[in-house]
Design a protein around this ligand. Structure first.
Ligand code: UDP
Ligand code: MN
Length: 348
C-alpha cells in the first residue's frame, strides 16, 4: 500500500527490478528528476488566490519544459489529517513509488518561483547524498535556528533511505498520536520557532540535531545558490534588464533604421549587461509566509508587498520565457502589458 501509515521495505531492490523490466529508461535514470508540487483541494479564500496559483504553476511548467523534467501537480489530500505543508510528504512518498524511473523527486512549494530559467541543478555534487535542502550548518547545528534550513524546496533521492526518512519525518506529523508532544519538543529545541504546533521544517532540523548519526551524512545543506531564497531579501534586487533594453530600443527609435551601426553598439551594451545580470539572478524565490491562497499572510508584512513581490518575480521569470517568443513585460509590476521585441533583439 502507498499509504503513509505503511512502511516500505526493500525499495532499492524492487526499484532495480522494475528498471530491469523497463530497459527503455536504462542509462538516463541517475539524472532523471520529477518535479512534484501541489496545492489545497478547495477554492482559494483570497479572491486573487487561484489566479496566483495558476501563475505560480505556469512558472514551474515553463522551467520543467525548458529542462526536460516531468512535473506532477497534486491537489488531493493523500492523508486526511496531513493538511497544509504536511500534505507534501505522503505525496512525495507516492511519487517515488509511482515513478521508479525517476532518480530524484524535487518538491517545490506552490509559493516558490523559478527566477532563473536557465539554471540547472548541479546533480553531480549530490552523488553521495539523498536529501538536498537549502540551509546553513552553523545556523542548524550551532544556533539551533528554526530558519537554519527551509523545507519549501528539496531534492530527495528515490531510494529506501528516503522512504525511511519520510517515515521518521512524518512521525512528528498531525496524523501521529504524538503530534502535540512533538510540538512542545520542537519548540524547546528551536527557540525561534514561531508557532507551537509541530511542523515539517522543525521536524527535519530535529532529525539532524537528535538523530544525526542515522541521517546526517546523507543530507546536504545547500547554500552556494538559492535552491530557494527568502522573498523579502530578493525581490527588490530583480532587475528588469529586458525592460531597460526596451527603453533603449524606444529611445533609439527611427535611429535604428538610419544608423544601423549605432543600434548594434547599443545591443552590444545590452548583451553585456544581460550577461552580468544572469550571474546575479536568484534561482528560486520562495514567498514563504505570504499565503497567496488564503491571504492569511504573516502580519509582519502587507498583502501588497507579497502581491507586488510575486508580480515582480513571476514577470521577471516570464520575461526569460517570452523573449524567445518575441515579447517582453516592460514593467515587472504590470502583468497585462507586453511589448514586442525587435527581430534583431539579441537573445544572448
Ligand atoms: N500544500 C499542498 N496541499 C495543501 C496545502 C499545501 O500541497 O493542501 C503545499 C503547497 O505547495 C504549499 C506547501 O504545501 O506551498 C507549503 O505550505 P506553505 O507554502 O503555505 O508554507 P510556507 O512556505 O509559507 O511556510
Ligand atoms: Mn512555501
Amino acid at each position: 500500500s502507498y499509504s503513509i501509515d505503511r512502511s516500505i521495505r526493500n525499495w532499492d531492490q524492487k526499484r532495480k527490478q522494475w528498471l530491469k523490466h523497463h530497459p527503455n529508461f536504462a542509462g538516463s535514470t541517475d539524472t532523471r528528476v520529477l518535479i512534484v508540487t501541489g496545492s489545497q483541494p478547495g477554492v482559494c479564500r483570497h479572491p486573487s488566490g487561484d489566479h496566483l496559483q495558476l501563475r505560480l504553476f505556469k512558472n514551474k511548467v515553463d522551467y520543467a519544459r525548458i529542462h526536460g523534467h516531468e512535473i506532477f501537480y497534486n491537489n488531493a489530500l493523500l492523508h486526511p489529517k496531513m493538511t497544509g505543508f504536511w500534505a507534501k510528504y505522503p505525496l512525495v512518498k507516492s511519487a517515488m513509488l509511482a515513478h521508479p524511473e525517476a532518480e530524484w523527486v524535487w518538491w517545490v512549494d506552490s509559493d516558490a518561483v523559478f527566477t532563473d530559467m536557465e539554471f540547472k541543478l548541479p546533480l553531480e555534487k549530490y552523488d553521495n547524498y539523498n536529501l538536498v535542502v537549502h540551509g546553513w550548518s552553523h545556523a542548524v547545528y550551532d544556533e539551533k535556528s528554526w530558519t537554519g534550513l527551509n523545507a519549501g524546496v528539496f531534492l530527495i533521492r528515490n531510494c529506501q533511505w528516503s522512504m525511511e526518512l519520510v517515515e521518521a519525518w512524518t512521525r512528528m506529523g498531525p496524523q501521529s498520536p504524538d503530534y502535540q508532544k512533538w510540538g512542545k519538543t520542537q519548540k524547546s529545541l528551536l527557540k525561534d520557532k514561531l508557532y507551537p504546533e509541530s511542523d515539517d521544517q522543525a521536524a527535519l532540523i530535529y532529525l539532524l540535531l537528535k538523530e544525526n548519526e542515522r541521517w546526517g551524512k546523507k543530507i546536504y545543506l545547500e547554500s552556494e545558490y538559492n535552491l530557494e531564497g527568502y522573498w523579502l531579501a530578493l525581490v527588490d534586487k530583480l532587475n528588469n534588464i529586458t525592460g531597460r533594453y526596451m527603453e533603449i530600443e524606444q529611445k533609439v527609435g527611427d535611429l535604428r533604421r538610419r544608423h544601423a551601426e549605432k543600434v548594434s553598439e547599443y545591443y552590444g551594451m545590452v548583451r553585456e549587461e544581460y550577461l552580468k545580470d544572469v550571474v546575479r539572478r536568484p534561482f528560486v524565490i520562495h514567498f514563504t509566509g505570504c499565503e497567496p491562497c488564503t491571504g492569511d499572510h504573516n502580519p509582519t508584512y502587507t498583502w501588497e508587498a507579497c502581491w507586488n513581490g510575486m508580480q515582480k518575480a513571476l514577470n521577471f521569470a516570464d520575461n526569460q520565457v517570452l523573449r524567445r517568443f518575441g515579447f517582453v513585460h516592460p514593467d515587472l509590476l504590470d502583468s497585462s502589458l507586453v511589448s514586442p521585441l525587435p527581430f534583431d533583439f539579441p537573445l544572448v
